[in-house]
Design a protein around this ligand. Structure first.
Ligand SMILES: Nc1nc2c(ncn2[C@@H]2O[C@H](COP(=O)(O)OP(=O)(O)OP(=O)(O)O)[C@@H](O)[C@H]2O)c(=O)[nH]1
Ligand SMILES: [Mg+2]
Length: 310
C-alpha cells in the first residue's frame, strides 16, 4: 500500500523554507534569495521517500503584514498549514541564538517575533508541528541545545530536527520521518513529476529572483513580474516576453540602470537559468512598466493564486 500526503513548510521570512523544499524535491521548484519575503505564493514540489509521496508545500514567510499583498501571502501560508497532513515549522536557528545571546541584527529580532507569532498560531489552531531548526552550519552547538529546549517547552511541537537546508545535513532524517507520517493512499502525481507550477509562472519567478539578487532596499518589494507571452518556436526554442511592474518612475530608472545594464544583467541571468530549466534555448524579452497600484490588482492575485479579499 502506498502513502501520500501534503507537508506544509511554515516559517518566518528567510528561514530557508524554499531552500529546504528544493533540496527535498531534488530540483529547483521555488526561488531563493538572501532577502526576506522572496516567496509570494505557495509552491508545490514533490518528494519521494520509499513508498511515500510527499507534496512539499513551500509557503510565503509569516510576518506582520502591511500591504494587501502581504496579508494575502500570510493568509495563504496559514491556509496551506490547515490543509496539510504534516507541518514543518522551519526556524533560522542562527538568528534565534543571536537574539538569545543579545547580539542580534534587527532582522534577527524581527524573525524572533515572527517565530513567536507562528507558535501562537499553531496553538490557536490546535496543530502540532515538527520543529526543524535550520542553518545549523551557522549555529554553535551549545546555543542549539538551549534553543531546542526553550522552543520545545512551548508545547507546540511533536519533535525536533536539526538541519542545514543549504548543505543537506539532517535533511534525510527529516524526510524519512515525514514519509512515515503520510497517510496510506495513492500518489497524487506521476512518479516522474516534481513540480506543478505552470511554465509561464515559473519563468516570471526566475526573473523575479534575479531582480531580488540585483536590486536592493524597497525596490524588490515594489516590483512584480508577469509573463505576457510564452511561445514554442519551430526551431525548438522558447520565446518569452515579460513585463516587470514597478510603482514609481524613479524605480524604473534604477531597474534599467546606467545604459540599461541592470535590466540587461537580470535578463541574461534569467534567460540562462530558464534555458537549463526548460531544457531548450530561450529568447527572453523584458519590459519595465510603471503601474503605481500593480500590487492592488485583482488580476495579479489571481495569476499567482492568492486571495485578493483578505
Ligand atoms: N547558511 C545557511 N544558509 C541558508 C540555509 N538555508 C537557507 N539559507 C539561506 O537563507 C536565505 C533564505 O533562504 P530561502 O530559502 O529563500 O528562505 P525562505 O524561508 O524561503 O524565505 P522567504 O521566501 O522570504 O520567506 C538564502 O540566502 C539561503 O541561501 C542553511 O541551512 N544554512
Ligand atoms: Mg521562500
Amino acid at each position: 500500500m502506498s502513502r501520500a500526503g501534503f507537508v506544509a513548510v511554515l516559517g518566518a521570512p528567510n528561514a530557508g523554507k524554499s531552500t529546504l523544499v528544493n533540496r527535498m524535491v531534488g530540483t529547483k521548484v521555488s526561488i531563493v534569495t538572501q532577502k526576506v519575503q522572496t516567496t509570494r505564493f505557495p509552491v508545490r514540489g514533490v518528494a519521494i521517500e520509499g513508498d511515500a509521496q510527499m507534496v512539499m508545500v513551500d509557503t510565503p514567510g509569516i510576518f506582520t503584514p502591511r500591504r494587501r499583498l502581504d496579508r494575502a501571502m500570510v493568509r495563504a501560508a496559514w491556509g496551506q498549514a490547515r490543509d496539510a497532513d504534516a507541518i514543518v515549522h522551519l526556524v533560522d536557528a542562527a538568528a534565534q541564538i543571536a537574539v538569545a545571546a543579545g547580539d542580534a541584527r534587527a532582522a534577527d529580532r524581527k524573525a524572533a517575533l515572527d517565530v513567536a507569532s507562528i507558535i501562537d498560531g499553531l496553538k490557536a489552531a490546535s496543530r502540532t508541528a515538527i520543529l526543524a531548526l535550520n542553518k545549523i552550519d551557522l549555529a554553535r552547538r551549545d546555543g542549539l541545545l538551549a534553543l531546542t529546549q526553550s522552543l520545545f517547552d512551548l508545547g507546540a511541537y511533536a519533535e525536533v530536527f536539526m538541519i542545514s537546508a543549504a548543505d543537506g545535513a539532517g535533511v534525510a532524517d527529516l524526510t524519512r520521518r515525514l514519509g512515515a507520517l503520510m497517510p496510506q493512499g495513492p500518489w497524487f502525481y506521476p512518479a516522474d513529476q516534481s513540480a506543478d507550477i505552470p511554465a509561464r509562472l515559473l519563468a516570471a519567478e526566475i526573473t523575479r529572483e534575479k531582480l531580488y539578487l540585483r536590486v536592493h532596499e524597497e525596490l524588490p518589494y515594489a516590483a512584480g513580474v508577469e509573463t505576457t507571452a510564452f511561445e514554442g518556436r519551430a526551431d525548438g526554442s522558447a520565446r518569452i516576453e515579460q513585463t516587470i511592474f514597478v510603482e514609481r518612475d524613479g524605480q524604473r530608472g534604477i531597474l534599467l540602470g546606467k545604459g540599461g545594464e541592470t535590466l540587461k544583467w537580470i535578463g541574461k541571468a534569467s534567460r540562462e537559468e530558464l534555458t537549463g530549466l526548460l531544457d531548450r534555448p530561450v529568447h527572453l524579452f523584458l519590459h519595465v512598466k510603471v503601474k503605481a497600484n500593480w500590487a492592488e490588482d485583482r488580476g495579479h492575485f489571481r495569476d499567482i493564486g492568492l486571495d485578493f479579499d483578505v
